[in-house]
Each structure stands twice: as structure tokens, then as C-alpha cells.
Design a protein around this ligand. Structure first.
Ligand code: ADP
Ligand code: MG
Length: 303
């Protein structure tokens, strides 16, 4: 492992550094300065709670360095405008953060807040927008979102307990997101709020083509749809199928991509193609999905 030239090592290190967030890099540099190791060579694994790096000392001894992600994630939330406790300090596994509450009384959990139906409706909208922001801006999925990890304070919902949140690059990120959707929906539905189907909520969160300034209009339309909806067993079945379906994350994970494209372009039923919203395919192929694109006319010769 010491056979590399100095330049290659430098280049390697640059690549490694790019993949490491600033806080983690700080911790690693401190260790480097203290002589815990002399070189950090690369990433062995990116997991749900931690990344593991391969490091070595100048005498050739090898080390595995595990960096827990809590630090990365708690500092990412707030900047995107998510209502959550401001993190003050994280040392080892101890997080000091803003207190959500007053005079020693922690704000109630959403579960215990006994809100009016109007407040619950507002809260539902606030929560689905927060979930979308978390996904689109922070590139994170909470992973344990429910009425137990949401506090109600000063008229707003605050998300807490983010230590198990995952980056979108986590292989199961979309499964966790779907679970979050189920838990949030179940709570509000149970309390009489008209909610989107799990599929609709999931699509709203992951759809990269919804512009920030059209979110309100989008949600208004969804609201109309919910109100007009005749709740049938069919919706429930469609949702229960969606909740159990495998959602490919990238086109590499799609087994029959070519076949799927043919189905899309030939206008066949593609309701079961769960990845088309995540990837933006749905909107890239407006004619196939039956929605009319305003920006592109019939001017391309795509095959
Ligand atoms: P756990 O991992 O045990 O679920 P949580 O982060 O959900 O830990 O916190 C447990 C409880 O502690 C919450 O339900 C809430 O009552 C209280 N709590 C946690 N963070 C805060 C905070 N920043 N401000 C006020 N209360 C908090
Ligand atoms: Mg909790």
C-alpha cells in the first residue's frame, strides 16, 4: 500500500476530501495532526449511521476510521429553512441544541398536542412541505418521522430526533421516505384531515420538476383532488401495492429500462412505474403521460 508515488497520493487524497463534508474533514485533520494516522486513503463504506474510511500510519499500520453522520446531518437541516432545533454543539455522541419549549416545559409532541381540525390541516401542509424541503434541499430523509418526533410549538410543527436521518445516497433512502410518508399520513388521516394517498405524497416530495414558487398551486390542486375524491377501496389497494413495491433509485437499478421507455413512449399504462417521478421521466415524456408540456412543442426528433 506504500508503493504509490507522492503525486498519486495527493490526487487520491483530493478525491477523498471531496467526498467528505467539512465537519468530518475537520475531525479527521485533527486526528491527522495528533498522529493517530498519517494518511487517509479512501472510503470503505457509506452506511446509514456512519462512513468508514481506510487510513494508515507511516510505518504501514492500517486503521479503519468510522465517522458517525449525526454531526453532518443535524447541521444541514436548519439552513434550508426546516423548523427544527438549532444545533449548538456536538461532541462525541452528545448534541447540545435549542430547546423547543418555554420555562422548562418542552413543547408537546404532535401526538399529545390535541389540535383543532383547522390547525391539523395547517400542520399537515406544513409537514409535507418540510418533508419535500428536507429531500430536495438537504438531500435527506428523516427516517423516523411520526407524531412522536414532531413537537408543536408557537403554532408550528418542529421536527426533532434527526440523528438517524440518511443521505439520499443511502441505498434504502427511498424505503425510509415511504415509511415516513405512511406514518405522517396515518396520523393526520386518523384525526380527520383529508390526506394525499401515500403515492401522491411520495411523488410530491421526490418530483424534481415542481418549482418552488408553484408548490402552493400544486398543493391547492391536490387539495381539490382530495375533496373531490370518492374514497374507494381501489385507492387503498393502489396504496398498499405502492407501499410494498420495490422503488428503483437510479436507472442502473431498473431491470427493464428499455422496455419501460417503450411503454412510456407508446402511451401504455405506466401507473406501476414508480421511478418515473423521481427521475423526472414523467415530465420528460409529456405526451406519454397525457399531460401537456407548455415549454416544448412538437419539435424534437427523439427516438
Ligand atoms: P428519542 O431518540 O428518545 O426518541 P428524541 O430526540 O425524540 O429522542 O427526544 C425525546 C423527547 O425529548 C422528545 O419527545 C421531546 O419531548 C424531548 N426533546 C427532544 N429534543 C428536544 C428539544 N430540542 N426541545 C425540547 N424538547 C426536546
Ligand atoms: Mg424520538
Amino acid at each position: 500500500s506504500i508503493g504509490k508515488t507522492k503525486t498519486t497520493e495527493k490526487a487520491d487524497r483530493a478525491t477523498v476530501e471531496q467526498a467528505i463534508d467539512p465537519r468530518t474533514r475537520m475531525v479527521l485533520f485533527k486526528m491527522l495532526n495528533r498522529g493517530v494516522f498519517n494518511d487517509i486513503n479512501g472510503c470503505i463504506s457509506t452506511g446509514k449511521e456512519a462512513n468508514v474510511y481506510h487510513a494508515s500510519k507511516s510505518d504501514g499500520q492500517e486503521l479503519a476510521i468510522k465517522v458517525y453522520k449525526t454531526s453532518v446531518l443535524v447541521f444541514k437541516l436548519k439552513a434550508a429553512g426546516i423548523r427544527c432545533p438549532t444545533p449548538y454543539l456536538l461532541r462525541l455522541h452528545v448534541l447540545a441544541m435549542e430547546f423547543i419549549g418555554k420555562a422548562g416545559w418542552a413543547a408537546p409532541r404532535l401526538k399529545d398536542a390535541s389540535l383543532s381540525l383547522d390547525k391539523l390541516r395547517e400542520g399537515y401542509m406544513e409537514m409535507v412541505i418540510a418533508m419535500r424541503t428536507l429531500y430536495q434541499k438537504c438531500r435527506l430523509v428523516h427516517g423516523d418521522l411520526s407524531e412522536y418526533n414532531i413537537l408543536y410549538f408557537e403554532g408550528h410543527l418542529h421536527i426533532i430526533d434527526v440523528s438517524q436521518a440518511v443521505d439520499l445516497d443511502h441505498p434504502r433512502a427511498l424505503d425510509f421516505l415511504r415509511e415516513d410518508c405512511v406514518h405522517v399520513s396515518d396520523f393526520f388521516k386518523k384525526h380527520g384531515v383529508g390526506v394525499m394517498s401515500i403515492r401522491e405524497l411520495f411523488d410530491f416530495i421526490v418530483d424534481p420538476t415542481i418549482a418552488d414558487d408553484s408548490i402552493d398551486i400544486y398543493l391547492e390542486q391536490v387539495q381539490q383532488k382530495i375533496m373531490a375524491r370518492d374514497p374507494t377501496a381501489e385507492d387503498e389497494i393502489a396504496d398498499s401495492v405502492f407501499v410494498q413495491a420495490y422503488i428503483p433509485k437510479t436507472l442502473d437499478d431498473v431491470k427493464n429500462a428499455e422496455e419501460d421507455v417503450i411503454r412510456l413512449t407508446s402511451g401504455q399504462d405506466t401507473e406501476d412505474m414508480y421511478y418515473k417521478t423521481i427521475t423526472g421521466l414523467k415530465h420528460a415524456l409529456p405526451r406519454a403521460t397525457g399531460t401537456k408540456s407548455s415549454s416544448s412543442d412538437d419539435d424534437d426528433g427523439n427516438s
